[in-house]
Design a protein around this ligand. Structure first.
Ligand SMILES: O=c1ccn([C@H]2C[C@H](O)[C@@H](COP(=O)(O)O)O2)c(=O)[nH]1
Length: 506
């Protein structure tokens, strides 16, 4: 059905001018004519900063939609690979998460009174021009024999607002014991979420209409990865200090160190969407998260957890529908825990935990290999080879002879993770590693089919081994992504499971 193929549809401009308080004043939107603004102004577009959880305008196929920032990343500037620009995983409000995608800041605009007005203007122009196209006379196309033949041009569906009424859109409804036919198109999406509307439209014809109840507002944008990447308000709960520590994320550094990031590389087939693409392209691939640089994992709760099957009659009013939107948690008063770590934090934390086994006094490196199904298939840390005493081999960084340093002996975390794999292969896996891999590890990763490296630190980026490894990764099309943790620390508290075990004081 077309709804599923369409990028997000109508979302009217807010009049609220929503903007998180810490945001600087929004840059005004460029007008939708030819972009003849100076280069520095256009570059600034690419470097605009948005916060996780921030509600924004996002451009998709020439039209602006309500969206929310889920994650931040970095990518190469489309015309200047050396320039690293911030990228954003966004969720289109009210739309299934399959439309979530990585895009560049020039496709985003902050919400502000000024931008809202500009968005309204541009969207109105868009609607106008599309309405004109839609009413075009039947077109012509070549028949098989090469002759032109008239073809009927289907009117374009603007799904959030209109549904053509066809026999397919007729459903049966029970009223006062009698069954009558009602056109599904009368169902007003404005009363419910667009998502609910779509599931409604997609549901089979039956006496009862299956309506997928939208997630309660409290969980909006709150879960990624089947309950992983927490964003928005619930993610703000600070964690106390603890044993497993991530270096702090630093946007500036992220930009300067991620020049290697192949995530936006065209060669890779994983281009990020820019505003220009958004305006011009009809290539659906680039709109889909599955082709972006993050794992495509459902943001939906498990089947049944926030869904229900109700008759259309029950959805008549807003209040009733709101009541039905309550998840089971609200009904029992017991909500699921919401400060759990995301998949990415989990995998990176596993690599950091593994690094705690390292005997290296200066750099403890851990690596964790994760399959496409989000299963850990290998873990390793830097250490001396099996059977080679780490008491006898040197741990020095500098010595008169290389032979008296650790370097010729130590096995790197990446190598150990690959060698320790518990699956037949690590092809298409992602490696989470504390330190950007060196050239030797890059070769191993590439040869073993690892398709993405997620790292925290790139502290040796100026060294030849690391320049070489970046080169190799980029040539081999391995995606490189610096992980910027939302919080510096993940705490492991052995007493958490049973505080009384170690005495009431904890
Ligand atoms: O890709 C890499 C690079 C290095 N390591 C290991 C090798 C050493 O044990 C340390 C680096 O020691 P420094 O004192 O920081 O030079 O990290 C690795 O596991 N993977």
């Amino acid at each position: 059905m077309e709804a599923a193929q369409q990028p997000p549809s109508t979302s009217e401009p807010s009049t609220s001018g929503q903007q998180s308080p810490e945001q600087p004043p929004a840059d005004p939107l460029p007008s939708d004519g030819p972009d003849d603004r100076p280069e520095d102004v256009r570059l600034r577009e690419f470097f605009k900063a948005f916060e996780i959880g921030q509600k924004v305008w996002a451009m998709n196929k020439g039209k602006w939609y309500h969206a929310k920032v889920l994650q931040r990343g970095q990518g190469n500037h489309p015309e200047n690979a050396a320039a690293i620009i911030p990228t954003y995983m966004i969720h289109y409000s009210g739309w299934p998460d399959k439309w979530d995608e990585w895009i560049m800041a020039d496709s985003l605009a902050a919400m502000s009174a000024e931008n809202d007005a500009e968005v309204a203007r541009q969207n109105a122009r868009f609607n106008e021009s599309h309405a004109k196209k839609d009413t075009k006379k039947p077109g012509t196309k070549l028949a098989k024999n090469g002759n032109e033949k008239a073809v009927r041009k289907e009117p374009r569906q603007l799904l959030a607002t209109t549904v053509r009424i066809s026999p397919k859109n007729i459903v049966m409804e029970e009223k006062d014991g009698a069954r009558r036919r009602v056109p599904a198109a009368r169902f007003s999406p404005s009363l419910h979420s667009q998502e609910g509307f779509l599931s409604y439209s997609k549901s089979k014809r039956s006496d009862k209409v299956l309506l997928s109840i939208p997630e309660p507002a409290a969980t909006e944008g709150a879960e990624l990865n089947g309950g992983s990447n927490r964003v928005g308000k619930t993610s703000a709960a600070p964690r106390p200090p603890g044993q497993v520590e991530f270096p702090s994320g630093n946007r500036k550094r992220a930009r300067s160190t991620a020049a290697d990031d192949g995530s936006a590389s065209k060669k890779n087939g994983n281009r990020l969407r820019t505003a220009a693409d958004a305006r011009n392209s009809t290539d659906k691939q680039i709109f889909q998260k599955s082709n972006g640089n993050a794992p495509a994992i459902s943001r939906r709760p498990p089947a049944g957890s926030a869904q229900g099957s109700i008759s259309r009659k029950e959805t008549a009013g807003f209040e009733e529908s709101n009541r039905l939107q309550l998840g089971r948690g609200e009904m029992t008063g017991v909500k699921k825990r919401d400060n759990y770590i995301s998949w990415e934090e989990y995998f990176m934390a596993v690599s950091f935990l593994s690094a705690q086994r390292s005997k290296d006094p200066s750099s403890q490196v851990g690596a964790c290999i994760v399959s496409e199904e989000q299963k850990i298939v290998g873990i390793g840390y830097n250490g001396m080879p099996n059977g080679c005493s780490d008491d006898e081999l040197p741990w020095a960084r500098n010595a008169a002879s290389l032979l008296d340093t650790k370097y010729p002996y130590v096995c790197h975390a990446e190598m150990n993770a690959i060698m320790n794999k518990n699956s037949a292969s690590v092809k298409d896996c992602t490696m989470y590693v504390a330190l950007f891999p060196c050239n030797e590890c890059a070769k191993l990763c590439i040869q073993s089919g690892i398709k993405e490296i997620v790292y925290i630190s790139d502290k040796y980026r100026e060294k030849d081994e690391f320049i070489a490894s970046r080169r190799l990764f980029n040539m081999a099309g391995v995606k490189l992504r610096q992980f910027i943790p939302r919080e510096r620390q993940v705490v492991l508290d052995f007493t958490a499971i049973d505080p009384l075990l170690f005495g009431a004081s904890g």
